[in-house]
Design a protein around this ligand. Structure first.
Ligand code: NDP
Length: 477
C-alpha cells in the first residue's frame, strides 16, 4: 500500500507509516500515512517561515486562483472524498459527502474574500495628517485539528489563513489523516508556492507538542478537547503568540410545553445522535418542561428505535460507528456512570454486532436526570443523551445556562416571546430556534463562550480577526 507522506517545503517526505483503520470494519486499512517526528515539525516551521515574506505580499489574484481551484476540485471529487471521510471517521456516506461539499463551499467563500479585502482611511485628530487602518497577515500559523470533522475543520482554518496571506504548518488528528492529506495534495497541485502550506501528520504528543513548543509560530488555531486546549493556551502565552481555541460542549436543547412535538423530536434526535453524537455542537442535555415531558420522551424513544446503526457506507445506515475503541469505552463508561448516578436508561446503550467488526453502539437515552449528574455536566462525545425534567421556561433557561460550556443551544417552542427571550439570554455562542443544536452555515461566525472557546470567532469574514493583525499608519502630506 502506498505511503501518504508529509509535505514539508514543497516536498513529500516521510518515514514510519501509521495505518488508517476503518471504524465500520476494523479489518480494513484505509491507507498508510506517515508518522512525523519533532524534527519534521521543526523543518516544516522553518519552511513556513522562509515562505512567509513572499506569500504575505502575493497578489490577491494568485491567492484567489489557488483557493478557487481547490474548491472546484474538492466539489468535483465529492463522492470519492466523501467515501474516504466516511471510511476513516465512520460518518454515514451522506454525512461524509455533505462535509466535503461544505469544505468546497468554505474554499469558495475565502477565494471570494481575497477580492473583498478592505481597509479604512480616517482623518487624524491633527490637521494635515491622514490615518490608514489596514489588516496584515499574522505570519506562520499553526493549525491543529480533531478527528470528528476531518475535512471541514481543516478547511475552515486553512482557507482563511491562506486568503489573508499567512503560511501554515498543519497537524491533523492522527485518527483521520486521509481527508487532511487529500486537501493538502489538492492545494499543493493547485499551485501553492513551496513552504506556504506544510503538513506534518503524527502523534499529538510528539509533533503537536513540537508545534506548541516552537518560538517561531506567530499564531496557533486549535480545535479539540479542553485538556489539550489548555496546553495550547499555556504554551502560546509562554511564546507570546496569538491563539484561538474551540473546545468541548455540553449543549442544551430546551423543549417547551408549547413546542410542535414533531419538530422537537426530530431536532432532538438529530442534535443528540446524528454523526454518532460526535459533534462539538451535539446536544446531550435535553431540558423538557413537565407538561410535554412524558409525551416527548415516548415520541423520542420511538424515533430512536427507528435509527439504524450500521456500516457507514451502507445505504440504510442512519448512524455510523463510534470512531475508535477508546471513544467507545468513554461512551460505555458514561452509560455505566449514568446508571450508577440513578438516572434511568430509557433506551439503548447496547453494543451492537454487525456483519463487519466495528465500534457499533445503540443510541442511549437517559431520563430522570438531574443537571448536577456527571452525565449532564461532562462532555461524552458519543450517542448518549440525558433528558432533564423542569417546571417551566424560567427553570429551563437557568438549567440550560448552568454548565461550564457555552458553544451552542437550542429551543423548541411556538412562542415568539420565549424564542426571543432565549436567543437573548442563552449563554452560548450559537442559538437555534426549532432547529438542531448542530448544523451551521459556512459563511457566518462559529464559536462559543465560557469553557467552549477562547479568542475570536472562526468562519465567515469574522475569521480575519484571528488571521490578520491591524496596522494603523499616519501620513503627513
Ligand atoms: P484532542 O484534544 O485529543 O485532539 C485534538 C488535536 O490535538 C489532535 O490533532 C491531537 O493529535 C492534538 N494533540 C493531542 N495532544 C497534543 C499535544 N500535547 N500538543 C499538541 N497537539 C496535541 O481532541 P480529539 O481529537 O479527541 O477531539 C475531540 C474533542 O474536540 C471533543 O472534546 C470535542 O468537543 C472537541 N471539538 C470541538 C469543536 C469546536 O469547534 N468547539 C469541534 C470539534 C471537536 P492526536 O490526534 O495525535 O491525538
Amino acid at each position: 500500500m502506498a505511503l501518504h507522506q508529509n509535505l514539508i517545503a514543497g516536498e513529500w517526505t516521510g518515514g514510519d507509516a501509521i495505518p488508517n483503520i476503518n471504524p465500520s470494519d476494523t479489518n480494513e486499512v484505509v491507507g498508510e500515512y506517515a508518522r512525523g517526528t519533532a524534527d519534521d515539525m521543526k523543518n516544516a516551521i522553518a519552511a513556513a517561515k522562509a515562505a512567509f515574506p513572499a506569500w504575505s505580499r502575493s497578489g490577491i489574484l494568485e491567492r484567489h486562483a489557488i483557493l478557487k481551484k481547490t474548491a472546484d476540485e474538492i466539489l468535483a471529487r465529492k463522492d470519492e472524498l466523501g467515501a474516504l471521510l466516511s471510511r476513516e471517521e465512520g460518518k454515514t456516506l451522506p454525512e461524509g459527502t455533505g462535509e466535503v461539499i461544505r469544505a468546497a463551499q468554505i474554499f469558495d467563500f475565502y477565494a471570494g474574500e481575497t477580492l473583498r479585502l478592505t481597509g479604512e482611511t480616517v482623518p487624524s485628530a491633527r490637521p494635515g495628517i491622514g490615518v490608514e487602518i489596514t489588516r496584515e497577515p499574522v505570519g506562520v500559523v499553526g493549525i491543529i485539528t480533531p478527528w470528528n470533522f476531518p475535512i471541514a475543520i481543516p478547511a475552515w482554518k486553512i482557507a482563511p489563513a491562506l486568503a489573508y496571506g499567512n503560511t501554515i504548518v498543519f497537524k491533523p488528528a492522527e485518527l483521520v489523516p486521509g481527508s487532511a492529506w487529500a486537501i493538502v495534495d489538492i492545494l499543493h497541485r493547485a499551485g501553492l508556492p513551496k513552504g506556504v502550506l506544510n503538513l506534518v501528520m503524527g502523534k499529538g504528543s510528539v509533533v503537536g507538542q513540537a508545534m506548541l513548543d516552537s518560538p517561531d509560530l506567530a499564531g496557533l488555531t486549535f480545535t479539540g478537547s479542553t485538556g489539550t486546549g489548555k496546553r495550547v493556551a499555556l504554551a502560546s502565552i509562554e511564546h507570546n503568540r496569538k491563539f484561538q481555541l474551540e473546545m468541548g460542549g455540553k449543549n442544551p436543547f430546551v423543549v417547551l410545553d408549547d413546542a410542535d412535538l414533531t419538530v422537537a423530536v426530530e431536532a432532538a434526535a438529530n442534535s443528540g445522535f446524528f454523526a454518532t453524537g460526535q459533534r462539538c455542537t451535539a446536544s446531550s442535555r435535553i431540558i423538557v418542561t413537565e407538561g410535554i415531558h412524558d409525551k416527548f420522551v415516548a415520541a423520542l424513544t420511538e424515533r430512536l428505535g427507528k435509527i439504524n446503526v450500521g456500516h457507514a457506507m451502507e445505504k440504510d445506515s442512519h448512524v455510523g460507528p463510534v470512531v475508535d475503541q477508546s471513544q467507545l469505552k468513554q461512551d460505555t463508561d458514561y452509560i455505566d456512570i449514568g446508571r450508577k448516578e440513578g438516572a434511568k436508561l430509557a433506551f439503548g446503550g447496547e453494543l451492537l454486532n454487525r456483519a463487519t467488526p466495528g465500534f457499533y453502539l445503540q443510541p442511549a437515552l437517559f431520563t430522570e436526570v438531574s443537571n448536577q449528574m456527571r452525565i449532564a455536566r461532562e462532555e461524552i462525545f458519543g450517542p448518549v443523551a440525558a433528558v432533564i425534567r423542569v417546571k417551566d421556561y424560567d427553570e429551563a433557561l437557568a438549567t440550560a445556562n448552568d454548565t461550564p460550556f457555552g458553544l451552542s443551544s437550542g429551543i423548541a417552542t411556538t412562542s415568539l416571546k420565549h424564542a426571543t427571550h432565549f436567543k437573548r439570554n442563552s449563554e452560548a455562542g450559537m442559538v437555534m430556534v426549532n432547529l438542531p443544536t448542530a448544523g451551521v452555515d459556512f459563511h457566518v461566525p462559529f464559536g462559543g463562550r465560557k469553557g467552549s472557546s477562547f479568542g475570536s470567532r472562526e468562519q465567515g469574514k469574522y475569521a480575519n480577526e484571528f488571521f490578520t493583525v491591524v496596522k494603523t499608519a499616519y501620513t503627513q502630506a
